[in-house]
Write a protein that binds this ligand. Structure first.
Ligand SMILES: O=C(O)C1=C[C@@H](OP(=O)(O)O)[C@@H](O)[C@H](O)C1
Ligand SMILES: C=C(OP(=O)(O)O)C(=O)O
Length: 427
């Protein structure tokens, strides 16, 4: 999704921020709820879904397969229907769409051609294609093991046991599990290979499947989903806690206060780890009836971060920006799989931090960042929403940060620059 939109001058904070920021819904929950709704045999209401490129692409792809999705402003309402091709589906650059949709397409009657942005063709996909074939689906990928491909659905997938290397992305497992209640024998997925990342996202898959009425058993690197109906009902989508990172980070960088209302007491979202991570950097963190409040010491005054982010990799870009403005060095590890995200995030973060005069270097499985005075300049974003968010955090403390292609943030947060401006207005 490259665009020629002009650069966005990231606003500099003119004092400590003091703000309450209501966040849009979780991408991960919204797209799981849409898949489970499409496979349910009763109507489903998805309340307060995230509306962004990734979730609109999911809704459009499911509509193309024959799922009725009505929109009344606050909610998406789905109606059960027969899944059918021929259809074309665009996954954009959405990992959740490219990994969760093909197993649903395999349940359709007819051909479903699936493609995405050029970078989507490079993201890990082969293990899912192989697993679907082993479970009885027909897929024509021209031998590439990647997008684009055509799923030749017959209206049914036999299912059964399969072994997969999901070290490249937890979504390869989640995609199989979410559609499995509709496979003839359900599924038993076993992972073999280096550790699977993003454990909270796998827990979210299991939790939401069970909430929709599926029977799921889990073991070490093992997931079993029994065949059976998925019920209708109501999903209320939680605020996107990963997208809280940049706003809470603004409290650290400016020595201010940020509250995110509606922070759940219990959640499977990886963003909940921000509470411990930011506290470890020296922020004051409290969860109460008003939401999550973070008070920060100010740029240069908080500690760097030594953390294994394997389970919460999507927090990395914003944490790396915070690390560059910290008072001591940081080491972020366990995140080699970020090389297969929207862009190679390890390379992109090193290149852009160092372009502003920073001192970042790649580790085999992460980043080492030593704080150094930064200067303004163009910050390239590589079609990665989280690079825009990271640049905004840097811009609070570094005059003259010009963010390339800010519109790419619409992947998960189309109103990001407006929300960011409201933060600044309260400074
Ligand atoms: O299942 C999900 O909703 C996600 C899983 C994670 O993917 P990886 O395991 O590929 O990192 C995460 O990074 C992504 O933003 C969302
Ligand atoms: C990795 C991410 O997205 P995706 O769902 O496209 O994998 C992300 O949002 O940080």
């Amino acid at each position: 999704m490259s665009s020629s939109s002009p650069h966005w001058p990231a606003p500099v904070a003119d004092g400590p921020v003091d703000a309450t920021v209501a966040l849009p819904g979780s991408k991960s929950m919204t797209n799981r709820a849409l898949i489970l709704a499409a496979l349910a045999d009763e109507p489903v209401c998805v309340h307060r879904p995230l509306r962004s490129r990734d979730t609109e692409l999911m809704a459009d792809a499911l509509r193309a397969l024959g799922v009725g999705i009505g929109d009344d402003g606050d909610d998406w309402q789905t109606l059960p229907g027969e899944l059918r091709g021929p259809a074309r589906a665009d996954v954009g650059l959405a990992g959740t769409v490219m990994r969760f949709l093909p197993p649903v397409a395999a349940l359709a009657r007819g051909e479903v051609a699936i493609d995405g942005d050029p970078r989507a063709r490079e993201r890990p996909m082969g293990p899912l294609i192989g697993a679907l074939r082993a479970l009885g689906a027909q897929i024509d990928d021209g031998g590439r093991g990647a997008l684009p491909f055509t799923v030749r659905g017959t209206g049914a997938v036999p299912g059964g046991a399969v072994t997969i290397d999901a070290s490249g992305s937890s979504q390869l497992v989640s995609g199989l599990l979410l559609a499995a209640p509709r496979f003839g024998e359900g599924v038993e997925v076993r992972h073999e290979g280096p550790p699977v990342p993003s454990a909270p996202h796998l827990a979210m898959t299991v939790r939401m499947l069970r909430d929709a009425g599926a029977t799921v058993e889990t073991g070490e690197d093992l997931w079993r989903v029994a065949p059976g109906p998925l019920r209708g009902g109501h999903w209320t989508i939680e605020p996107d806690l990963s997208n809280a990172a940049q706003f809470l980070g603004a409290a650290l960088v400016t020595g201010g206060r940020v509250t995110v209302p509606g922070w759940p007491d219990a959640t499977t979202q990886p963003g909940d780890a921000l509470r411990g991570l930011l506290a470890g950097m020296g922020a004051e963190v409290s969860l109460g009836p008003d939401g999550l409040t973070v008070r920060g010491p100010g740029a240069g005054e908080y500690a760097g971060l030594e953390a294994d982010l394997h389970e919460v990799g999507e927090l990395t870009p914003v944490l790396a920006a915070l690390a560059a403005l910290a008072g001591s060095p940081s080491r972020l590890t366990g995140i080699a799989h970020l090389r297969g995200h929207e862009t190679d995030r390890l390379a992109a973060l090193v290149a852009e931090l160092n372009r502003l005069g920073g001192d970042a270097r790649e580790l085999p499985d992460g980043l080492e960042i030593r704080p150094r005075p930064l200067r303004g300049g163009v910050f390239r974003t590589y079609d990665d929403h989280r690079m825009v968010m990271a640049a905004a955090v840097l811009g609070l403390a570094v005059p003259g940060v010009e963010v390339e292609n800010p519109g790419t943030v619409g992947k998960t947060m189309p109103n990001f620059t407006e929300l960011w401006a409201s933060l600044r207005a309260s400074a």
